[in-house]
Design a binder for this molecule. Structure first.
Ligand code: EPU
Length: 320
């Protein structure tokens, strides 16, 4: 029997302190600014509220899909939206707390934006996060996908992560071995909510940290189109090569499907114009992947995450 989402929202409202919203627009919660609503959006006020939400949702496992959304900087939400519950952590998970015994480690809430953490660390003469200055994601999302740039990534500084396991309904602390980081990958799944991470940084003079950050910022401004209307790198880099170089070499800069197009500035960034639908981005990704394979026999793997329903046979391409 299909789940009564109104009744589920009511149950969540009764038991969970925080925001519980039916038919909640998600576009505003992603950098692409695309896609439809969440059937139910839950933003728990604190840890007890999150635990209570998890308990309510555990009664619906298999019937109601749950999506944990960070800052939406690597996510394309379907035009139809998300058919289940979206869980989003907010202010209560935005703190930065120095780990006192060490002086150079921080515990950071998973909702915090990475560049804010990088700036905070730079102000205190702590090095290790400079690479993340232009990465608009949340700490939680960055842990989950092992976000990275400029030859570094989260795995280089994450010491441990606190996680809520939605199936076991248990709070856990994961060490490096459990996290299992590799390039743009960790063992965190849809059934885990990242709560916070302990980052181990290295003391260095503030000026050197800032100088490195500034040079990364300049590199990004010169080579990438900025954070809005896209989700950063669309494809992972294949071993030993660059997805952007391959898409560019296939002649696809500016290539367009509907309102979505390959950036003229960096070929691994796919832009959503004012008329774009999420489906256009989906179709563009698949058509570009097909063409790059035809040209170079390299099958690119998306880094961007598509959530909700997408049609898989709809690529209509206006060749330009
Ligand atoms: N290139 C082209 N044409 C293009 C774009 C790039 O020929 O349109 C060439 C460049 O000239 C360079 C090579 O491809 O020789 C690599 O380009 P770039 O230095 O821009 O780095 P990237 O490999 O495309 C990676 C990360 C980015 C990160 C940058 C900077 C991945 C998938 N991407 O990009 O991460 O910002 O390095 O360190 O690992 C992200 O993951 O969302 C992201 C933006």
């Amino acid at each position: 029997m299909p789940v009564d989402l109104d009744a589920l929202a009511e149950r969540l409202r009764d038991r969970v302190e925080g925001v519980v919203q039916r038919a909640a627009p998600l576009a505003r919660l992603t950098t692409y600014r695309l896609g439809g609503p969440a059937a139910v959006l839950v933003e728990p006020a604190d840890l007890a509220a999150l635990e209570e939400a998890a308990r309510v949702l555990s009664a619906e496992v298999g019937a109601v899909p749950v999506l944990v959304l960070g800052r939406g900087s690597n996510t394309v939400v379907s035009d139809e939206g998300w058919p289940g519950v979206v869980v989003r952590l907010t202010e209560a998970w935005s703190r930065i707390t120095p780990v006192l015994e060490t002086g150079s480690a921080l515990e950071v809430g998973s909702a915090k934006a990475l560049p804010l953490v990088a700036n905070w660390a730079a102000r205190r003469g702590l090095s290790g996060l400079e690479w993340s200055i232009g990465v608009p994601g949340s700490v939680g999302g960055a842990v989950r996908m092992n976000a990275g740039a400029h030859g570094s990534d989260m795995s280089s500084c994450v010491e441990s992560v606190k996680v809520l396991d939605l199936d076991a309904l248990l709070f856990e602390e994961w060490d490096e071995a459990r996290l299992g980081f590799s390039y743009r990958h960790s063992e965190v799944t849809d059934r885990h909510v990242v709560l916070s991470a302990v980052l181990r940084l290295t003391p260095e003079d503030e000026e050197s940290v800032r100088a490195r950050m500034e040079s990364y910022r300049r590199h990004r401004a010169a080579t990438q189109p900025g954070a809005l209307q896209n989700a950063g790198s669309t494809f992972k880099n294949p071993p030993g090569d660059s997805a952007g170089r391959l898409v560019d070499a296939a002649g696809l800069k500016g290539f367009r499907v509907g309102g979505a197009s390959v950036s003229e500035k960096h070929a691994n960034f796919f832009m959503a114009g004012p008329q774009a639908r999420a489906q256009d981005v989906f179709d563009l990704v698949h058509e570009v992947r097909r063409r790059v394979f035809e040209a170079f026999s390299v099958w690119l793997e998306p880094e961007v995450r598509f959530v909700g329903a997408f049609a898989t046979d709809r690529v209509e391409v206006a060749d330009s």
